[in-house]
Design a binder for this molecule. Structure first.
Ligand code: GLU
Length: 434
């Protein structure tokens, strides 16, 4: 009998080695797709490499160069090859705290700032710091929140919003969503100016929402990465309305045009539970160790001189506002519903009024629409399905970033500086609009 068991086990073992690969691929690994944002970037680059003209309105990457002084600091800092502390350079954190206090009255102690290689990993690490939580994610919301919450093993609760309500989360929808809670801990991931909608919140809306998050005892991750690109330069931080439990995330990727530098920060709240702060620093130390030191040096320059940074931002905002409004007006004139942008560099046009015509052409989902649009016109957009909508909802995100910046000294001229965007919008209108 014993010999028989040994024999069977040895056959099993052999079988495992022979068929190991296919056996392993069945269910040993997590199912994780490449993020839709990075995928569209790669696809657009591949097509461009095949000499196909691609109008890149899919990936949300700033076309602006960081300010000259920031570039110079980075060049001079290459020899800083040492690690920093996990939380980041203290002088930098002091500068960031001062900058945001002056900019929008955000109060944060330098000791409550965490600097990391991008705010994306910080959002993920906040989620990881919880054993089990309900994670409330509005629809639409940025593509990575859902996959991150899933990776962290949490229960996702969608918070629906609508075009008519300008994609805003309200106290009412949040309370309704909270009826499907399963766990003690609740986290809301909340982003404005919005990716994908380019819209922001009025103060009264923030006050109402803060009351709801407080009564639901939620931890809020306020992703304010586009805050400094508010088109009126008047971004209101959620932490000012819900200081008890808001973690604000920001970074250099969008306003400073330095996405590839990977620099992000999280501002923790004053009375953060010591166990949560410890977990965040612990997870950082066990994963990324620290943000790249030379980039931290460059960030010091970016956050040092408020007036200089403001001038750089005024210049960007002037251009982004003009382009965003042009795109929204032109799409609107062609019968495509879209809100005029208030911050950042996205629009979220809704094509559902053209559904019947698109359906008749065999286009049933937003993904099909984007695939065909790319194939037939060369215009890259990101489908609404990537932002938490059902496949059949015909909308897409348009990142109006395919232009060259004119340079701070030169006047910006929409007609001469944005040929790709103008061409792309015309193509969308012709393909979808009336
Ligand atoms: N925020 C960018 C976008 O939504 C992409 C950055 C990233 O996915 O890391 O297109």
């Amino acid at each position: 009998m014993t010999l028989l068991v040994i024999f069977i086990n040895s056959i099993k073992e052999k079988a495992f080695h022979v068929f190991g690969t296919s056996k392993r691929s069945i269910n040993m690994y997590r199912e994780v797709e490449e993020s839709q944002t990075l995928l569209i970037n790669t696809q657009s680059k591949i097509l461009a490499g095949q000499n196909k003209k691609v109008i890149k309105l899919g990936f949300g990457q700033s076309p602006f160069l960081p300010p000259k002084a920031v570039l110079e600091t980075l060049k001079k800092a290459v020899h800083h090859k040492e690690y920093s502390s996990v939380q980041g350079d203290l002088e930098l954190r002091e500068l960031m705290a001062k900058f945001h206090k002056r900019h929008n009255g955000l109060e944060v102690e330098p000791d409550n700032i965490l600097v990391a290689p991008g705010s994306k990993i910080l959002i993920y690490n906040v989620l990881l710091a919880f054993e089990k939580a309900d994670v409330f994610i509005p629809a639409p919301a940025w593509v990575s929140y859902g996959p991150q919450a899933k990776l962290a093993g949490h229960h996702i609760i969608k918070v629906p919003t609508s075009f008519e309500e300008r994609w805003r989360v309200s106290a009412k929808t949040l309370n309704k969503a909270a009826e499907s809670k399963q766990h003690k801990a609740s986290i809301l991931i909340f982003n404005y100016p919005g990716n994908p909608d380019g819209l922001t919140y009025e103060e009264q809306e923030l006050i109402e929402l803060a009351k709801a998050t407080k009564s639901l005892d939620m931890l809020v991750i306020a992703d304010e990465i586009y805050g400094l690109l508010d088109h009126n330069f008047s971004h209101l931080s959620f932490a000012n309305y819900y200081p008890e439990r808001t973690i604000t995330t920001t970074g250099l990727s969008k306003w400073c045009g330095a996405g590839g530098w990977r620099f992000g920060a999280a501002f923790l709240y004053k009375n953060i539970e010591p166990a949560l702060k410890k977990a965040l620093i612990g997870i950082g130390s066990e994963t990324y160790s620290c943000a790249p030191t030379p980039v931290q040096m460059a960030a010091k320059t970016a956050y040092k001189d408020y007036e200089e940074t403001k001038a750089y931002l005024d210049y960007q905002i002037r251009i982004l506002k003009q382009i965003g409004n042009f795109c929204a007006d032109r799409l609107g004139a062609s019968g495509i519903r879209v809100h005029s942008p208030q911050g950042g560099f996205y629009l979220f046009p809704d094509f559902s009024q053209h559904k019947e015509r698109l359906n008749n052409r065999g286009i049933k989902t937003s993904a099909q629409l984007c695939q065909l649009l790319l194939k037939e016109t060369g215009v890259a957009l990101l489908p609404a399905s990537a932002f938490g909508f059902e496949d059949e909802y015909l909308a897409a995100r348009l990142a109006y970033v395919d232009f060259q910046e004119p340079g701070e000294e030169q006047d910006f001229d929409l007609n001469t500086d944005c040929p790709n965007i103008i061409e792309g919008i015309e193509k969308i209108c012709k393909y979808i609009g009336r």
